[in-house]
Design a protein. Sequence first.
Length: 81
Amino acid sequence: MADVAIEFKAEAFYGDVIEVSIGANDFSRAGFDLVYRLEKKREDKKQTMAIAKTGMVCFDYNLKKVAALPENALVKLRGQY
């Protein structure tokens, strides 16, 4: 993980039902972003509690350097299996 950003929008309380959505975007040669949305359900409405992003970088631990994003991972992250 190269970086993370979180923007809190609303409080959550014990007993709240929370729905989490995750997606991937901003693909590059060696990385991508994972984006998150946390929403709570109340009285048939959804309220965004937080949005977040983690910047992910592929790394070859044997060579100790940044590596290219594998094509099969890119296909799966884009939802094109």
